[in-house]
Design a protein around this ligand. Structure first.
Ligand code: KG4
Ligand code: ZN
Length: 313
C-alpha cells in the first residue's frame, strides 16, 4: 500500500450529523487535492496508473456521484480501466490488504460488518461469493453509537468518543434492555430509545446526572451494543459451524468490541481477524484492494456505470 489518504469531513461536527448536501460539496472540494496528495505520497505519476477503482455505493448519492464522475473522467483521460466497487464488500476485503493484519482470513469465514450505515453478518465463501445471513432491521451499530453519543452531549461522530469514555467507565453500572430479534438479524433503535427515556427521568431528579456519570453511561451503552453483536455472531458460528470471524467497518475500531471478540474467541477456539485501525473506518486502501482483485478477473466497468445509493452484497 503506497498511500492511503483520508480527508476528514470536519464540516459535520458543527451539525451533529451528516448533512448530505454538505457532504457532497466537501467531496467536490477534497477530491482533487486528495488524489494529488496520494500520488505524491506514493511517488507515482499519472502515467503509471493501471486502473482506477471507485466506490459505486451504497452511500449518500451526492457524495457517490462526485467519486463516480471523477473516476470516469480519470479513466477516460488516462485511457485506463474503470472498476466499480461495493463499499460494504470492500470493508470485508480490507482484510486482504498486505499489511492489514498478521494473518489473512481463509475461506469460508463469517464477517461481522459494523459501520455507520450497515450492520451485517456475511458468509464469505470467496472474494466475490458472499451471502448476507443477517442484518439490522433499523439502525446500524455505528448509528446507535452516534445517536447515544448525541444524547450524552458528545460530538459527532460519537463512536470514538463513547469508546474513550467507556475506557474509564464501568460497563456494569447500568443495565439497558436488549432487543429480542429472531435469527441473525439485529435491532438497535430500541436501545437508543431506552437510554433516552432512562436519562430523561434521571435528569429530572439530578440535572447533572449525565455529566457526573458520563463514563459509566458510555461504558454501559457500549457494553449493550457489544453484547448484541457478540450474541448474534455466536449464533452464526453455531448455525454454520464456521469458527473464523472477521470484523469489518468503522465500529470495528472500538476497543471494547475488539477485546470482547478476542476473549470470546479464546473460550471456544474461534479465530478472529481484526484489521489495523486505519483499515476499519472508511478508507481508499480497501477500495484499491478490491480494484486489484477485480482487475485480475477483468471485472471492469464501462462509462455507463452509475452510482447506486442502496444495494446489497
Ligand atoms: O465504516 P465507517 O467509517 O463509515 C460507514 O461506512 O458508515 O463507519 C463510521 C461509523 C460511525 O458511526 C462511527 O461512530 C463509528 O463507525 N466508529 C466507532 C469507532 N470509530 C468509528 N464506533 C465505536 N467505536 C469506535 N472507536
Ligand atoms: Zn464504511
Amino acid at each position: 500500500m503506497l498511500a492511503n489518504v483520508v480527508a476528514s469531513q470536519a464540516v459535520h461536527k458543527a451539525y451533529g450529523g451528516v448533512v448530505p448536501e454538505l457532504a457532497s460539496r466537501a467531496h467536490q472540494q477534497n477530491i482533487v487535492p486528495v488524489v494529488h496528495r496520494a500520488l505524491c505520497e506514493a511517488k507515482v505519476s499519472k502515467k503509471d496508473i493501471d486502473a482506477v477503482a471507485f466506490t459505486q455505493g451504497p452511500g449518500l448519492i451526492g457524495a457517490l456521484l462526485v467519486g463516480t464522475s471523477f473516476a470516469k473522467s480519470m479513466s477516460m483521460a488516462l485511457d485506463i480501466p474503470l472498476i466499480a466497487v461495493n463499499h460494504v464488500k470492500a470493508h470485508i476485503l480490507a482484510h486482504f490488504i498486505a499489511d492489514a493484519s498478521a494473518v489473512v482470513p481463509t475461506f469460508p469465514f463469517l464477517a461481522l460488518t459494523v459501520s455507520g450505515g450497515h450492520t451485517q453478518i456475511v458468509l464469505v465463501r470467496d472474494y466475490f461469493d458472499m451471502e448476507v445471513l443477517g442484518k439490522t432491521l433499523d439502525d446500524a451499530a455505528g448509528e446507535a453509537f452516534d445517536k447515544i453519543a448525541k444524547i450524552l452531549g458528545l460530538p459527532y461522530p460519537g463512536g470514538p468518543y463513547i469508546d474513550s469514555r467507556a475506557e474509564r467507565g464501568n460497563p456494569k453500572a447500568f443495565v439497558f434492555s436488549k432487543p429480542k430479534v429472531e435469527g441473525l438479524n439485529f435491532s438497535f433503535s430500541g436501545l437508543k430509545t431506552s437510554i433516552l427515556y432512562f436519562l430523561q427521568q434521571a435528569v429530572k431528579s439530578d440535572p447533572n446526572f449525565i455529566e457526573q456519570r458520563i463514563d459509566d453511561l458510555a461504558a454501559s451503552a457500549q457494553q449493550a451494543i457489544i453484547e448484541i453483536l457478540v450474541e448474534k455472531i455466536e449464533l452464526a458460528v453455531n448455525r454454520f459451524g464456521i469458527k473464523r470471524i472477521a470484523l469489518a467497518g468503522g465500529v470495528s475500531a472500538n476497543r471494547g468490541l475488539r477485546s470482547a471478540l478476542r476473549e470470546r474467541a479464546e473460550r471456544s477456539a474461534w479465530r478472529v481477524y481484526i484489521p489495523k485501525l486505519e483499515y476499519t473506518t472508511d478508507n481508499a486502501a480497501m477500495i484499491a484492494r478490491v480494484g486489484v482483485l477485480k482487475l485480475q478477473k477483468r471485472l471492469v466497468s464501462t462509462l455507463y456505470t452509475s452510482a447506486v445509493a442502496r444495494f446489497d452484497i
